[in-house]
Design a protein around this ligand. Structure first.
Ligand code: GCU
Length: 714
């Protein structure tokens, strides 16, 4: 095929992504602003851009600025290379500003990756300064400036200083090397196919750009249930190719590795972390990986968890396992993320004192202070596993001398799997803002995980993203809001859920006030609605926990060793996790927090069955019985889910046809799914408790026919 023809095909292919409203552009749509506004804005903006320094990241920053301003405002920028003599955007690190333009007063005091946006006037000249603490900061500054334009905010007189809340803002991808994704709902892997990096990595580059626009600076590219062969010598160059695709966006690659690798890949007869041969193997392997990927951010490791190899095989501790790997990474500046998701999945369910919720704290708290300084313990938001509502993990308050990061799940594993609308930011914020009262009252989880509470140098946020090859990345248009929300919270967890929802809606669907108000409200209510029709009152998601984690399956959590028990029987429901009569889990929290969960009188209703086993007739704070609350909440949730359809329909003609149609069919499906959830759960509890619904709804479905009872005529 002649080359020009190939180019044309390529151009067409990418144009089809860009022009149609497929969702591919996500929140970086750069839609052209209303022309009057654009003209107004252009009058005050320089027509030149001067990048100080020519590095990869600065080039990305300059190109992004040119692209964004051209698409949104129709402003074309000339690229200059000299210290500006006329009006210009000037992009550079603080260091470059000091060296090359000492006449500009660019403030100090930025943390790494932070930025400063400032308009300076000198006579008739205007300079728009985008200064970064480092090169990544310059790129983030450009994205922030473009976000302002897209949100309809003026950039005529800029004066903004921002630094990230925490140094670690990573996503994890659970991609398998064969191209499938564990708990991925958006198609196949953008990274892998057939045990190789994909031959075309343009999707990886575009993903890097989306991540950079939020300030995400690391991405693990393979499943935490790691295939040890990622460390095989002939595989490492494949990792190098992916790192190259992400590098222009300042996103560093992370590898998920298996503790058993010295044996499986290295051919040793052991992976005992205290064996000097194992330590030497990790060291040589880290050197080899860093030779191929000098800017690798580090490794993430899942050990002794759900069947993975772990230090227990040799009677060693998690600190022994983490440190042997961390010491190999340390000379290269690499970090080892060690997951606290460690629990026994063969627990005896007959023993009412057993409790999976206690596992993370029991495994890691005794090791506090024994991890090397480049180890970060990665802790899931709750003590179980990404359920619809859980209390904050007790382990956040249990590590004073160990770095920690919070792990949030962006992919909607237990949360409707991108087929149901659940905006997760309010849920994440509930955890991040939760006061652990350790070391003192007024210590929210976000301060602990960012290292602020105990003055740790490292810490932050990890989100399990699992984007895939689907055009819209996330599996559905509205699910993208969760990736956006994770990134924005990781940068600044003080942003409100509403602010993030509004931003995302404006950037993704435009600034029409009706569209913004409608979608924002739908997003903000969606977690509570989903919780109501799946598992309210702290029951957890009540889904098929031994299978695909989708749809109602109340029995699946009981009478097995996985420990996601709700313990519903004929008399009552809930796990007694109190110190007084239950598993003792509440005792892992600081005394004031423990007291709140321990005492039925002050335990919040939305977690009451997580902490207490209650007779169905117990009255809650709302003065309803437990059983009536279960019925009412399910009916309320399903009704509100069905209302999404008319809310969305009110946007017909205001949202492009393609995305309008896609979202509508998702919401129509969800209305049915919610009803199915409602009926399955309420009928199950009616059977279990024998207590009828005071409002006469449960088990009665006028107008509904059983297929078996129908006859076919004609
Ligand atoms: C969940 C999920 C698994 C995953 C595990 C983990 O249990 O269902 O697929 O491997 O979390 O976080 O390691």
């Amino acid at each position: 095929m002649p080359k020009p023809y190939l180019c044309a095909v390529f151009a067409l292919l990418s144009a089809s992504h860009l022009d149609g409203e497929t969702g591919y552009r996500g929140w970086l749509r750069y839609a052209h602003l209303d022309e009057t506004k654009a003209r107004d804005e252009r009058k005050y903006l320089p027509t030149a851009v001067v990048p100080l320094g020519g590095s990869l990241l600065i080039r990305s920053a300059q190109q992004e600025l040119s692209r964004g301003l051209s698409e949104m405002l129709g402003q074309t920028l000339q690229v200059g290379s000299l210290v500006p003599s006329g009006s210009a955007f000037v992009l550079g690190t603080l260091g470059e500003f000091h060296r090359k333009t000492p006449q500009f007063d660019v403030a100090e005091g930025l943390l790494p990756d932070g930025y400063r946006l400032k308009t300076l006037e000198a006579g008739t000249k205007r300079y728009v300064i985008v200064a970064g603490a480092n090169e990544r900061g310059v790129l983030y500054g450009v994205f922030a400036l473009l976000r302002k334009v897209a949100l309809g905010e003026s950039i005529r007189n800029l004066d903004v200083t921002e630094s990230p809340y925490a140094p670690i803002r990573w996503v994890n991808q659970w991609d398998n090397l064969d191209g499938s994704i564990e708990r991925g709902y958006a198609g196949r892997s953008i990274f892998w196919e057939g045990h190789h990096a994909r031959s075309v990595l343009s999707r990886v580059r575009d993903y890097g750009r989306l991540l950079a626009s939020l300030g995400v600076n690391g991405c693990s590219i393979n499943n935490v249930n790691a295939d040890p062969t990622v460390l095989a010598s002939d595989f490492i160059p494949e990792v190098g190719r992916i790192a190259e695709a992400l590098r222009p966006w300042g996103v560093q690659v992370v590898l998920a590795v298996d503790l058993g690798s010295p044996k499986v890949v290295g051919g040793l007869d052991t992976f005992d972390p205290l064996d000097p041969r194992v330590a030497a193997w990790w060291k040589a392997k880290a050197d080899e990986v860093y030779w191929a990927v000098p800017d690798l951010a580090g490794f993430v490791m899942k050990a002794d968890s759900e069947g993975r190899a772990g230090p227990s095989a040799y009677g060693r501790t998690h600190a022994d396992a983490a440190n042997v790997v961390a010491r190999a990474l340390a000379p290269h500046g690499g970090l080892l993320f060690y997951r606290a998701f460690v629990y026994d999945h063969h627990l005896d369910w007959r023993n009412l004192k057993n409790d999976r919720a206690r596992a993370a704290y029991e495994n890691f708290h005794p090791l506090d202070g024994r991890f090397d300084s480049n180890v970060v313990v990665q802790i899931k938001n709750g003590p179980i596993d990404f359920q619809v509502r859980e209390p904050a993990s007790s382990l956040f308050g249990g590590l004073e001398r160990t770095n920690q990061a919070i792990e949030l799940e962006i992919t909607q594993e237990y949360m409707g799997q991108a087929r149901q609308l659940v905006y997760l930011v309010p849920m994440w914020k509930a955890t991040l803002d939760f006061d652990m009262q350790t070391p003192r009252a007024g210590t929210p989880v976000k301060a602990l995980v960012a290292g602020k509470a105990f003055d740790r140098p490292l810490g932050g946020f990890v989100g399990v993203a699992n984007v895939g090859l689907d055009d819209n990345w996330a599996g559905s248009q509205l699910s993208q809001a969760n990736l956006y929300g994770f990134g924005r919270l990781a940068w600044n967890p003080d942003l409100s859920a509403r602010r993030i929802a509004e931003e995302w809606t404006r950037l993704t669907f435009g600034n029409d006030p009706k569209v913004v108000a409608t979608i924002t409200n739908m997003l903000l209510g969606s977690w509570r609605i989903y919780e109501d029709y799946t598992g309210p009152l702290g029951l957890q998601t009540l889904t098929d926990i031994t299978g695909n984690h989708y749809g109602p399956a109340l029995e699946s959590s009981e009478r097995n060793g996985w420990g996601q028990w709700h313990r519903a029987d004929a008399r009552g429901v809930g796990m007694d996790r109190s110190v007084a009569t239950g598993t003792g889990f509440t005792g892992q929290y600081a005394p004031a927090v423990a007291a709140r969960f321990e005492s039925l009188g002050i335990c919040p209703d939305n977690l009451v069955l997580f902490f207490h086993h209650l007779p169905y007739t117990t009255r809650l704070h709302n003065d309803e019985t437990v059983i009536q609350s279960i019925y009412d909440l399910h009916y309320q949730g399903a009704r509100r889910a069905s209302e999404y359809v008319s809310e969305w329909k009110s946007l017909e003609g205001r949202v492009d046809a393609e995305r309008y149609r896609q979202v509508l069919s998702q919401l129509e499906y969800q209305a049915g799914a919610a009803e199915l959830w409602r009926d399955a759960v309420t009928s199950w509890f009616l059977r279990a408790s024998g207590i009828p619904d005071a409002k006469g709804r449960v088990g009665r479905h006028p107008g509904r026919f059983e297929a078996e009872k129908m006859t076919l005529e004609g």
